[in-house]
Structures are given as C-alpha cells and as structure tokens.
Design a binder for this molecule. Sequence first.
Ligand SMILES: *Cc1c(COP(=O)(O)O)cnc(C)c1O
Length: 223
Amino acid sequence: MSIQENIKHFKRKIPDYVTLVAVSKTKSPDEILEAYYVGHKVFGENKVQELLQKQEVLPKDIEWHMVGHLQSNKVKYIAPFIRLIHSVDSLKLLSVINKEAIKNNRIIDCLLQIHIAREETKFGLSSAELNNIFESREYDELKNIRITGLMGMATFTSDEDLIRSEFRYLAGIFKEIKSKFFLQNDEFKEISMGMSADYQIAIEEGSTMLRVGTIIFGEREYH
Ligand SMILES: *Cc1c(COP(=O)(O)O)cnc(C)c1O
C-alpha cells in the first residue's frame, strides 16, 4: 500500500480524540508530502539536524513535533517553529527551552518524558523527579513553556502484559499529576504513548497521542 493509503486506513482505525504524530525520521521530504497531500499535518522527528533540513523545504503549515532525546545546546535551532517537544527529561532542559522561547517571543508546549520501561537504556524522569519539578520554585518562574502532558515509551518486547502495565503506570502518573497541579486549568491533557507495535494497547490504556512511523511510512532503512 502507498503512504496515502496507509495514513487513511490508520486514521480510520483510531478514535477521533487521538492525535496521530506521523514519525518521519529517515524518510524523505517527498514521502512526507505524500501524507501531507491527503491532509495530514502533524509530523515527528527524533534528530534536530534532520528536522531542520525537512522543515526548511516543506510547507510551513506542518506541525513539527520533536520526539527524540533533545540536547540543551540544540534547543535554539528548533525554538522558532517547534509545535511540541515530547521528550523533556529535566528541569534544566525545560529552563533552556523557556529561555529560547522568550527569545522567539513564543510559548513552547512540552511533554515531560517518564521512564516507564524495564529497560535501563531509555530516557525519562521517575515519578519522584516529576513531582520535584512541579514543586520547584524554578518551574514556577518558567512563563514561556507550557506542560501539556506526559510521554512514555514501553519496553521493546512481545510481552503485551508488560507493555500494558507500563502504559497503565504512565496513565496513573498522569492522573495523579493532573489532580495535584492542574486542577484549575485543562492545558495538561496529553498522554503521548503508543508506536507501531503497541498503539492498540496504548489507546486502550488512555493514550491521546500516538507516535507512529512504520505503519505509515513502511520499514526504515538505516544507512
Ligand atoms: C521512531 C520513533 C517512533 C515510531 O516508531 P515506529 O515503531 O516506527 O512506529 C515513536 N517514538 C519515538 C520516540 C521514535 O523515535
């Protein structure tokens, strides 16, 4: 099937309230345009350099999401246009994003990435670290960032019970944080979880944002 058909099929399979972030890493601008021409505007990348190259040549109404690990010294390059950063994993990074947002006269939406997987290798905050951020005075002073939810990546495994328990854990933390720190406003609303292999479980466990690459664009080839 073509990219156009893949994206139409996939959107029919997921609920309306779930945002599809089409993860286009390693794919060409022409492949991204195929999805764009059937009306899809939300794309995710995991490397700053690649994101910049594509952003430059592609239509300006694309909503770019950064889904990969982000280094503080690269924030300045994406700050002028990035729509959502999924992978914020420290207060220090948050404060750099705030600083660059001020320079660009913007408010930048961010998700805090939570470490939910068994695997040690994955990035992300613990529940305790997350609470510390929201309770800190430094966080209170960051006026040009907006935390709109949480992101997590499940263990890479075929064990569906394990994946489900990790997503459920993330949804539980989301609820707790929302009730503790966001009772008066509803900007904290996104749970970014679910990729090509586990998106169904993620939806069942409360995902509002799927980051899906392979199902849309086909397998990736790394050179
Ligand atoms: C590559 C990537 C995805 C998409 O993975 P697929 O298995 O191709 O759907 C999702 N999230 C992040 C952070 C990624 O790097």
